[in-house]
Design a protein around this ligand. Structure first.
Ligand code: C2E
Ligand code: CA
Ligand code: CA
Ligand code: CA
Length: 279
């Protein structure tokens, strides 16, 4: 490992074997700092469908970097860099504010019955001001808290202490919804499901992928859905791509689906079209 001075007084360690210690990478970091200043980050929206009614349940907001030369850059590239450098804090704050502003704007256009999910990174959640930042946004945008669903990951759940657990409890008491993202991919423990103040479980795509062809995968999914239901959680299946997967999920009583089968993440003007569309 080598240490490299980054910016003024911030040291970051890189593993050269992973090829992340590169000129390209440093360039990207500098461009990201500029992108934050120049508001090059924006939200895309991927619809979620309520399987019982076939109607639009809401959207997940997904960050995109609209780079002036390179075009749309996906979060798989910039979120890890943002997390390592700490830029996730200003980026996360921008994303959260944009999400509240979007809900407020859509409500002004008469669109009311929908939820907007926002991805929250660990560093963002564990920041001292997280709870008060959310409350400030609520006061500023005056939207019903139940229209915002905060997606946290299992790695956040793992680091939970009594005081950060209290943040979750407060958020829920205020009416915000809490969703456990990528369920099954991390160091999942059934303990979290039982102890955590959660509203919703998002089953990772890897558990959905083969359910239309593999009986054992289908069995595994059935028990995850059953478990979530007995804990009275809303179950969302991620990465639904085929009609076969959809029909298995419908049979199992999954509550909502999200995936390319219905739509990829789209920019706002396209997202708005889903309000008038029926499945
Ligand atoms: P995620 O939260 O698990 O989001 C779902 C990802 O799966 C999205 O990738 C989405 O485009 C993709 N996806 C949706 N449906 C399908 C499908 O049917 N098939 C396949 N193969 N993929 C599907 P995306 O937008 O590239 O985001 C990647 C990850 O970046 C997200 O995974 C999330 O962890 C992170 N991310 C995105 N936006 C934000 C953000 O605003 N804040 C934070 N902290 N993380 C974000
Ligand atoms: Ca997510
Ligand atoms: Ca996910
Ligand atoms: Ca994921």
């Amino acid at each position: 490992y080598r240490a490299k001075e980054m910016g003024r007084n911030c040291f970051v360690f890189y593993n050269p074997d992973q090829n992340v210690y590169s000129h390209e990478r440093l360039l990207l970091e500098n461009e990201m700092r500029r992108a934050l200043r120049e508001n090059q980050f924006q939200l895309f929206f991927q619809p979620q469908i309520d399987l019982a009614t076939g109607s639009l349940a809401g959207f997940e907001s997904l960050a995109r970097w609209n780079h002036p030369q390179k075009g749309m850059i996906s979060p798989g590239l910039f979120i890890p860099i943002a997390e390592e450098t700490g830029m996730i804090l200003p980026l996360g704050a921008t994303v959260l504010r944009d999400a509240f502003a979007t809900v407020a704007r859509w409500r002004e256009q008469g669109k009311e019955a929908f939820k907007l999910s926002v991805n929250i990174s660990g560093r963002q959640f564990y920041q001292k001001n997280f709870l008060s930042d959310v409350m400030d946004l609520r006061d500023r945008y005056r939207i019903p808290p139940h229209s915002i669903e905060l997606e946290i990951t299992e790695s956040i759940a793992m680091q939970m202490t009594p005081s950060t657990m209290d943040v979750l409890l407060q958020l829920r008491k205020e009416g915000f919804l809490i969703s456990l993202d990528d369920f099954g991919t991390g160091y999942s423990s059934l303990k979290y499901l039982q102890e955590f103040p959660l509203d919703c479980l998002k089953i990772d795509r890897s558990f959905i992928e083969h359910i239309d062809t593999d009986r054992r995968q289908r069995g595994l999914l059935a028990s995850i859905v059953g478990m979530a239901k007995s804990l009275e959680l809303t179950v969302v299946a991620e990465g639904v791509e085929t009609e076969g997967q959809l029909s298995v999920l419908t049979d199992l009583g999954c509550d909502r689906i999200q995936g390319y089968y219905y739509s990829p993440p789209v920019p706002e003007h396209q997202a708005l079209e889903f309000f008038s569309r029926t499945t």
